[in-house]
Write a protein of this length. Sequence first.
Length: 146
Amino acid sequence: MNTDVVTLERHIAARPRAVFSFFAEPDKWLAWMGKDGEFAFEPGGAYRTNVTGDNIAEGQFIEIDPPKRLAFTWGWAEGGGMAVPPGSSTVEITLEPVGEGTLLRLAHRGLPSPEACAAHAEWWTHYVRRLVVWAEGGDPGPDDWT
């Protein structure tokens, strides 16, 4: 069993291109996760996002292959509740067309401890739930974690 990885799968009733836009456009990214941020959506481009007001994530984009795949480094510049420095872990998102929708697979690798995995599993479950609602044309309302 791999203890340094969080995995998550969700079916989304939206095409991959529509789902991918929530990872490639700042306003859409911030709709589902974050209060504000700066993003350079290109391989090697940096991002820094104030996720909840007390937690600032930052990293770099490694791969951007619309509308199929996105990979970026991840870590907490501030907050986050544990020692996961920026660039110390990697998030991979794949989007697979399934019928009229999309299967989103998320793998967050390189987390330093079982506690970090548990916290990030809770984190990604919360935020991917919000992403699904937006991508399917809904509005999840204000993020109650901010």
